[in-house]
Design a binder for this molecule. Structure first.
Ligand SMILES: Cc1cc2nc3c(=O)[nH]c(=O)nc-3n(C[C@H](O)[C@H](O)[C@H](O)COP(=O)(O)O)c2cc1C
Length: 186
């Protein structure tokens, strides 16, 4: 294992810069990112790539609208945050979990594969030196947002938004699990 996985670290969305990411790098991230274990090759997840004006469009027309509906007394500062959520990134990869009925493969395994694709997209972007963070925040659980991405209400879910941008500084290390608390040898 190279040093990348020992040092890999996410960069907070609010600390990213939104300079452009070249298409060839995005393609690499997507191509390598979807190479994940998937029992039965069911592809129980779909990736929606959000770039350019679409970030602003979704912020202003979906996320902000929904926030206002749920929080009718929100103040100006809160509305400002909600009107720019996705615009913290250069590109967002929304991972939609789309389980299928299968006679043998349990849905749990499809869920795991969906998490794996999030983690892999994150690592692929970070391995190219990009700032990246896996977020859900409140809007991943909002029906209008799920529908906007083509999700079936009550079935599909958003596994995560993979925020991609550029680093403005190296991130500090965060608290990591103590190996002896999470790992044991039988
Ligand atoms: C499914 C999932 C959802 C997450 N949602 C959020 C979130 O909404 N807000 C947040 O601050 N962090 C969230 N995180 C945590 C961030 O990804 C955080 O940056 C991460 O723990 C950093 O880990 P790393 O440095 O090992 O990549 C989420 C993590 C996962 C796995």
């Amino acid at each position: 294992m190279n040093n990348f996985f020992s040092k890999r670290r996410s960069v907070l969305a609010r600390k990213m810069s939104t300079k452009e990411i070249p298409d060839e790098h995005l393609e690499k991230i997507l191509e390598a990112g979807i190479r994940v274990p998937d029992h039965g090759a069911l592809n129980p997840w779909k990736i929606k790539v959000i770039t350019g004006d679409k970030l602003k469009y979704i912020d202003e027309n979906i996320i902000l609208d929904e926030y206002k509906k749920i929080n009718p007394h929100a103040n100006a500062a809160q509305l400002e945050i909600e009107s720019r959520r996705l615009q913290r990134a250069s590109i967002i990869l929304a991972v939609l979990y789309t389980p299928v009925d299968h006679p043998k493969i349990p849905e749990w395994e499809m869920t795991l594969s969906s998490g794996a694709v999030c983690m892999n997209l994150l690592s692929c972007a970070q391995s190219l030196g990009y700032a990246a963070q896996w977020l859900t925040e409140w809007y991943a659980y909002n029906d209008k947002v799920i529908e906007y991405f083509g999700g079936r209400l009550g079935i599909d879910k958003i596994s995560g938004f993979i925020y991609l941008g550029h680093k403005t500084e190296e991130p500090n290390e965060r608290r990591r699990p103590e190996p002896n608390k999470v790992i044991s040898y039988l």
